[in-house]
Design a protein around this ligand. Sequence first.
Ligand code: GTP
Ligand code: MG
Length: 442
Amino acid sequence: SRKLGNGRQSPTSPLKLFGLAKKRINDIFVDISKYMHETNTFLVEIAQEEGIVEQAQGEQTAKYIEKVRGIQEMLGRDRMKVAFYGRTSNGKSTVINAMLRSKILPTGIGHTTNCFLQVEGTDSEEAYILTEDQPQPLSVQSISGLAHALSTVRLKPDSTIHICWPKNKCSLLKDDVIFLDSPGIDLSPDMDSWIDRHCLDADVFVLVANAESTLMQTEKNFFHKVSTKLSKPNIFILNNRWDASAAEPEMQEEVKQQHLERSVAFLADELKVVDRFEAESHVFFVSARETLVTRVHQETGTPTPSGALLEGFQGRVFEFCNFERKFEECISQSVYLQECISQSAVQTKFEQHTANGKLITSDVRMIMESVFEASAKRKKCCQQENHEAQDKLDYTAKQLNLLSAEIKDKIKQMTEEVERKVSNAFTEEIRRLAILVDEFDR
Ligand code: GTP
Ligand code: MG
């Protein structure tokens, strides 16, 4: 369903898979985050009850909330980064422009690109640039405005300028791909710091070579260093300026074979990043200039001036589209096709987040299970305590009954005693009175 002719992507384009995979994983983390917050609120509520939630469990869920937030932030920033390297004037900036179908980056003979230029998509309608020293966005009205804006900022070769280009003007940027243009490798005073600062997070590398000469030792050394720091980087070799071959048609095939052999030997035998068979599919013969001219005119619907294209340009434009297709496949390879041998960039990117997500959810599940067990134990304990209290109450009631019977007896005895004493006293008094009456009578 892909239209190879103009390089646009169909909805099933492999590059779209990156966007889809990213959206899916984002949605999952939104759910995880909601669940973590609910868990935390619940644990805080029942923390007052003694013996159910341990302090460490509450702390752990709070930590996980932070971790999930961190992953969500990383996912928000996650994009596919494609870095372009090569000697000065090989056409790196022109290749990126051709892929973006627009003359965005400044190009020209001599040394043009002075620092790292990162082209990334923005949802805003207007383009703007961001520099490392100046956090305020610098607005760019037009492409010539961009060249002007770039010339007004202070440039250090090691610094990066972010060119935020409206996504609605370029379909590749919609799919969260970012392009990193670099100054010529032959000019870099400190390759190591370049690699550390700009290459370690790149997903795909494109070596833009000059088909008019041959692969140079500086270019090779650079990639040797990259591959010591990254395991099996994804590298493409574009033999650019292949339109030059139109001037020497009789030598064309021979020169092509020579370049192909050298490029394959470099990728497969020297760097050992791919086997020789796979290496051949990573080498292309293109003319970025012709592709860009054709596309810019396609976009504006104007005819391409005849002098801009050389004999056989269709083949070279077609080869450029092949490169883009292979490049897209490389980015999203095996998201759905698990049998692919090499790990895809998408998988590598999301694998760590997926593993972390699984770890967090299973850990929180364990916490909740142990809270549930603790509360079940507590319930049992309370029931038992209730029984014991009831028994005690019954005993006390019985005791009270017994006690009251005893008291009644005692009161009865005392009353009887009093009655007895009173009647005795009466009898005694009557007897004494009778004696007195007797004596009186006498
Ligand atoms: P620096 O930024 O200076 O390192 O150079 P670069 O590698 O970015 O090269 P750039 O894209 O600026 O191209 C240098 C010159 O080569 C420009 O004048 C381009 O128009 C021209 N150019 C780029 N690609 C091709 C090509 O395929 N064929 C021909 N004939 N010229 C090209
Ligand atoms: Mg350049």
